[in-house]
Design a binder for this molecule. Structure first.
Ligand code: RIB
Length: 320
């Protein structure tokens, strides 16, 4: 069982000719309202990748909330664990450039009312996975992670969006997180608060330093260059699956959800990394966070084109 605690948003997606610079207005002909929010995306990604999933979060008493509930049902996830908040459903404005890069602003709304107490004790069972991100109140996320760990679950935190790094953040990660998923920017932000010297080190060194300092399995996504992961002893690298990128929105969420699904199914870390890298690449092939999130059979077929995960020696460098 994979339990996700996190955000649900309606994404208003605009395909713009170029991302606006500060003070600039850009025009595009239309927009699409699509299901999103990192928690919601990770739950849907895990379910499509073959996981059995419960999602705990909040939406507002409005049309966006009703649409997000219907989308969960369409993906085989019950909406019974999603409570109705007083505030409106979270909403993100997402601008996507022709090269697939994006800029996102989120109005948190109902997500700010998500509470650890929303997650019932019966959901926290030994052996399962608890997946969280940073789009609901941080203190509630830490509380759920601690409860999950105490209940014998394995915990996965996608540290996105990256919070301001503090010693308390490092302590919270050390206490409550088993697997930390970060992109390069999030890794550098986290390391800057740890005196881990992020500025001039290569990605593999940074990944190793975070894993050691925080006592976690550190998984660092590198976009089109694949992924790195460090456990206590080893460094693993998986190349990215080459695809024609349409929209990278939700790629990190797809990676995190698919990783949890594979680990929950009993795969080893290198196998799960390969599964998740494949899912994330396929998710970049369509517009929006969820439209192109792949099902398990598509991931299985596509990962045949990906070389196996490589175990790296200590002096390996990520190609630039
Ligand atoms: O990671 C992508 C997600 O970030 C979007 O779906 C948007 O809602 C924001 O939460």
């Amino acid at each position: 069982m994979i339990v996700v605690f996190g955000s649900l948003n309606m994404d208003l997606v605009m395909a713009v000719p170029a991302l606006p610079r500060p003070g600039e207005t850009v025009l595009c002909p239309s927009y699409q309202a699509l299901p999103g929010g990192k928690g919601n995306n990770q739950a849907v990604a895990a379910a499509r990748a073959g996981g059995t999933v419960r999602l705990f979060g909040r939406v507002g008493p409005d049309g966006f909330g009703a649409a997000l509930r219907a989308n969960l049902a369409a993906n085989g996830i019950s909406d019974e664990d999603v409570r109705t908040a007083g505030a409106p459903t979270g909403c993100a404005t997402i601008m996507v450039a022709p090269d697939g890069e994006n800029a996102i602003a989120v109005a948190s709304g109902a997500n700010l009312e998500a509470r650890s107490a929303d997650v019932s004790d019966d959901a926290l069972k030994p052996g399962g996975f608890l997946v969280a991100q940073m789009e609901v109140p941080a203190e509630e996320t830490w509380a759920v992670l601690r409860r999950a760990k105490a209940a014998g679950m394995r915990t996965v935190l996608n540290l996105a969006p990256a919070p301001i790094p503090t010693p308390a953040l490092a302590t919270a990660v050390r206490e409550a997180v088993d697997i930390l998923v970060v992109n390069e920017l999030e890794a550098a932000t986290l390391a800057s608060g740890l005196d881990e010297g992020a500025a001039s080190v290569d990605a593999a060194t940074l990944c190793r330093r975070l894993a050691d300092a925080l006592r976690v399995v550190c998984v660092m996504t590198l976009g089109g260059r694949g992924v790195l992961a460090c456990d206590r002893e080893r460094v693993w690298a998986v190349e990215a699956l080459p695809v024609a990128v349409v929209d990278t929105t939700g790629a990190g969420d797809t990676f995190t959800g698919a990783l949890a699904a594979a680990l929950d199914a009993g795969e080893t870390l290198p196998q799960a990394l390969r599964w998740a890298v494949t899912a994330a690449a396929l998710a970049c092939c369509g517009r929006g966070a969820q439209d192109s999130m792949p099902a398990a059979d598509r991931i299985r077929a596509s990962q045949a084109n990906l070389p196996p995960a490589r175990e790296l020696s200590g002096n390996w460098r990520v190609p630039s």
